[in-house]
Design a protein around this ligand. Structure first.
Ligand code: NAI
Length: 248
């Protein structure tokens, strides 16, 4: 029997990048999968077929994590069709980079809304299912930037630092209900988020990273599925870095 068989896992932003790799890895471990997409329904359906090819069930939803209404509908429909959600991966996130003096209020608000209000909305909607089950895993995708800060990313750093604190505070609240809450903090990973970073900056990143390369989404997904697994049963409130050594 696979390790996550019988579990239902919701991955936000599962249609591409790190979220896609997490959805596929969770399915590989036997979990039924629900994920939201924002842009391409075709791409989401294609990933769904890949997931179903692993012998598990999959549902996709066009949903924005900043909308409480859309999130509640997604969570309700997932529970109705797949069963109660017991694994939540808060992965959806955005950047709006600019040095602080040039950063507009809108850039600040957009990043906080997706990266902080998003996890609030989704976690709030999912937690009652986990409490009823007496078992749950919440894994928040943070970033090394939440630990170190980064030039041009005051807004993003605030959200990732916030997610680390959220992880620790919520872990304390729900530990006795059988629910663990952890974060995974990736370093630079090759996805759409980093594809527009200038080549010279990526060269600097490689130079600063002891392993001398960017990570790939599957390397993050492996850490996330581990935290969801029974092997991580005594781990809670932690921020696990998956960063090639760029911050240690
Ligand atoms: P990506 O840009 O490829 O994917 C982001 C996903 O979030 C997309 O599926 C998108 O549809 C979804 N999303 C964005 N706004 C949303 C909203 N309002 N509602 C619902 N879904 C929304 O980026 P990537 O690299 O896969 O990032 C995933 C997570 O990993 C993010 O939280 C990011 O901050 C984090 N991360 C990424 C790193 C990297 O180097 N790529 C490094 C550290 C952390």
């Amino acid at each position: 029997m696979k390790e996550l068989q019988g579990k239902v896992c919701l991955v936000t932003g599962g249609a591409r990048g790190i979220g896609r790799a997490i959805a596929l890895a969770m399915a590989e471990s036997g979990a039924d999968i629900a994920f939201n997409y924002q842009q391409s329904r075709e791409r989401a359906e294609e990933i769904c077929r890949l997931i179903e090819g692993k012998g598990v069930r999959c549902r996709t939803f066009a949903a924005n994590v900043t909308s409480e209404e859309e999130v509640n509908r997604m969570v309700q429909e997932t529970s109705d069709s797949l069963g109660p959600i017991s694994i939540l991966v808060n992965n959806a996130g955005i950047t709006r980079d600019r040095t602080f003096m040039k950063m507009t209020r809108q850039m600040w608000d957009e990043v906080l809304e997706v990266n902080l209000d998003g996890p609030f909305n989704v976690t709030h909607a999912v937690l009652p299912c986990m409490i009823n089950l007496g078992w749950g895993r919440i894994i928040n995708i943070s970033s090394f930037v939440g630990l170190t800060g980064n030039f041009g990313q005051t807004n993003y750093a605030v959200t990732k630092g916030g997610i680390n604190s959220f992880t620790m505070a919520l872990a304390r609240e729900v530990a006795r209900k059988g629910i663990t809450v952890n974060a995974v903090a990736p370093g630079f990973i090759s996805t759409d988020m980093t594809k527009d970073v200038p080549a010279s900056v990526l060269d600097q990143v490689r130079a600063m990273t002891p392993m001398g390369r960017l990570g790939n989404p599957e390397e993050v997904a492996d850490a996330v599925t581990f935290l969801a697994s029974p092997r991580a049963s005594y781990i809670t409130g932690q921020v696990l870095s998956v960063n090639g050594g760029i911050y240690m």
